[in-house]
Ligand binder design. Sequence first.
Ligand SMILES: NC(=O)c1ccc[n+]([C@@H]2O[C@H](COP(=O)([O-])OP(=O)(O)OC[C@H]3O[C@@H](n4cnc5c(N)ncnc54)[C@H](O)[C@@H]3O)[C@@H](O)[C@H]2O)c1
Length: 273
Amino acid sequence: MTNRYCRSVTSQNFDRLTGKVAVVTGAASGIGLAITEKFLAEGACVVAGDVDVAGLTSMTTLASDRFLMTAVCDVTTETDVENLFAVAQSHFGGVDVVVANAGAGTYGLLADHTLEEWSRIIDLCLTGVFITVKHASKTMRDGGSLLTIASLNAIQPSKGMAAYCAAKAGVAMLTRVAAMELGERGIRANTIAPGLVRTNATSGLFSVPAVVDEFVENAPLSRHAEPSEIAELATFLASDQSSFMSASFLSIDGGGNTGRYPDLPRIFQALDE
Ligand SMILES: NC(=O)c1ccc[n+]([C@@H]2O[C@H](COP(=O)([O-])OP(=O)(O)OC[C@H]3O[C@@H](n4cnc5c(N)ncnc54)[C@H](O)[C@@H]3O)[C@@H](O)[C@H]2O)c1
């Protein structure tokens, strides 16, 4: 029986971003793609940036160019990021929401970690976010919402993931600085920190059942996430529903931050034996 005081809010949940223009990096796959799809469903206009040209091309079926523009953008190249924001300005007239999402992981124990690999991950996962946040700061309209995608690894260390952990911890602090600098313009800045999510980036981990098993054992909710669950949180943070939230670090990891990260060297060594 339906309680007359309980009405469905479904219709309200599909226009939370109407009138807003969003820029999403790393938008052609995984979490970035799910965020783009959800933002479009909630009424936003989106400028999607990625290095994956084929992925961007396939995205053009998601919406007409009245709502979705794609641009090739390597977040480690400042002119590409400038161009991404210029597309948003020229096509949609401004920017209200920015999601600095592009990133990738790596594995290597400290003693074996090359400087090149360290620099590649820091460039992509930290400097790329800095460049995106810098141009977001210059371009966003007052009252906007800036999101960065860090990771459980921003707060939970893992053997073999020094560069990624350091970069993601840096993203969390960079976002808090952005919140301080942009607050006077009413711009909010928050960090999303996912645990294990099934995407292209984690297909390697998912091919090793022992890794997924340890994630699941360590998470009170005993499972991994799907990208759409991260997109729900991103939508809430992008919308006016989170109007008093800034400088927040939001774990979305099934509670995995209460445990410990899978022992990757032990698991990988066992595979070699
Ligand atoms: N999947 C997870 O379990 C998980 C967990 C925590 C955090 N994250 C973070 O979420 C973000 C998205 O990861 P995902 O799992 O969706 O990965 P994904 O590989 O599915 O998507 C990443 C996208 O970023 C793009 N990209 C890579 N380098 C780029 C660059 N230099 N410039 C612009 N785009 C670039 C890729 O082409 C790809 O489309 C990353 O920052 C990642 O670190 C993922």
